[in-house]
Design a binder for this molecule. Structure first.
Ligand code: C2G
Length: 152
């Protein structure tokens, strides 16, 4: 009997935390379907993504643990998705622990431990700090050149 697992996420700047979650979810059943948050829905969630919905969907579809991807555009659609996909298991990382227990009347709800020490937010912070450093280096060089030019 085909056992479908359903999950949701933004999956921006796809990283090893996402991969390890999808790998564990795929092992829970025969088919893994993913609701990927649209750019409009992320705005609603107060999230600005680096990668567009189309790019994040393409990344997920390229992941061998994922069988299909559909758009997540609001909080209320999960019941409909679970019935449409005939999902037996609904699973998320434990940063969402307890948040979707209300679905337990139609599906088995599971929360899996997140992968520690990696997140899209941390990657964004790292990139912006490198950018900041580079900017400062450049400003220092400019100052140095100006002081050289002033001595001419
Ligand atoms: N995740 C993980 N380990 C990490 C980072 C993320 O296991 N180091 C998991 C999260 O727990 C989540 C999934 O990867 O189950 C996707 O994470 P996000 O892209 O941050 O998803 P989010 O924006 O929280 O969207 O309706 C639910 C929302 O769509 C969830």
């Amino acid at each position: 009997m085909n056992r479908t697992v359903i999950t949701y996420g933004t999956f921006d700047l796809f990283h090893v935390g996402h991969v390890r979650l999808l790998k564990r979810l795929a092992k829970l059943g025969d088919r893994l379907v993913v609701g990927c948050s649209t750019d409009q829905f992320n705005e609603l969630k107060g999230k600005r993504t680096i990668m567009s919905y189309a790019q994040r969907k393409e990344m997920l579809e390229a992941c061998r643990y994922v069988d299909s991807v559909f758009p997540e555009s609001n909080w209320e659609q999960k019941r409909e998705d679970i019935l449409r996909e005939q999902a037996a298991i609904f699973a998320m990382g434990d940063d969402w622990a307890g948040k979707f227990d209300d679905l337990a009347d139609i599906v088995e709800v599971i929360y899996l431990p997140r992968t520690q020490d990696i997140s899209t937010t941390e990657i964004k912070e790292l990139v912006s700090s490198v950018k900041q450093e580079k900017k400062q280096e450049l400003l220092n060089v400019c100052d140095h050149l100006i002081s050289l030019a002033q001595r001419l």
